[in-house]
Design a binder for this molecule. Structure first.
Ligand code: SME
Length: 165
């Protein structure tokens, strides 16, 4: 298949509605988690131009940096630390309109201004989180949350039953 994305202009809703089926086509049938996380990061960055898009995966009870697109980032995050570790601990998505106002935010780059983190659930357990950062304040809302949660459940279906790190 051709691996070109069709980039859509329009509302945020329209952009996600165009992008999600394309990502689904890219990742379904591929059981390698890292390949799929790489393509998801690239597709979101290409469509929306986010500052940083990537993944942290739970390994030995901490989050470890996985595939991403954007500037270099911190490699390990403890449970309950920063936005990512808090989302993992609370097992729910977090939208942070102003990272400087989030107690304990981990600043990988001073250029990042707002952030959304969405857990990846598999068999009701958080196996990692998706983290998206913007260079603009207040970039993310419940539309992003809705579609990124959908995307994480599409992703979870590609993970083989015998998956483990
Ligand atoms: N800001 C995140 C750390 C990861 S970087 O933004 C890529 C946090 O507070 O968990």
């Amino acid at each position: 298949m051709a691996e070109d994305l069709s980039i859509t202009r329009g509302s945020k809703e329209e952009q996600y509605q165009s992008l999600l089926p394309q990502i689904q086509a890219l990742i379904e049938g591929e059981s390698d988690l890292y390949a799929n996380l790489g393509n998801i990061s690239a597709a979101l960055k290409e469509q929306f131009g986010f500052f940083w898009v990537g993944f942290y995966l739970v390994k030995n009870n901490e989050l470890v940096l996985g595939p991403f697109q954007g500037p270099v980032a911190c490699t390990r995050i403890a449970k309950g630390r920063g936005v990512c570790g808090t989302s993992w601990q609370q097992e729910k998505p977090l939208i942070v309109p102003d990272v400087d106002a989030f107690p304990g935010h981990i600043a990988c780059s001073s250029l990042s201004k707002s952030e959304i983190v969405v857990p990846i659930f598999r068999n009701s357990q958080v196996i990692g989180v998706m983290d998206v950062d913007s260079a603009d304040l207040d970039q993310f809302d419940t539309t992003d949350q809705k579609y990124l949660e959908q995307l994480m459940s599409i992703l979870a279906q590609t993970i083989p039953a015998d998956f483990g790190f």
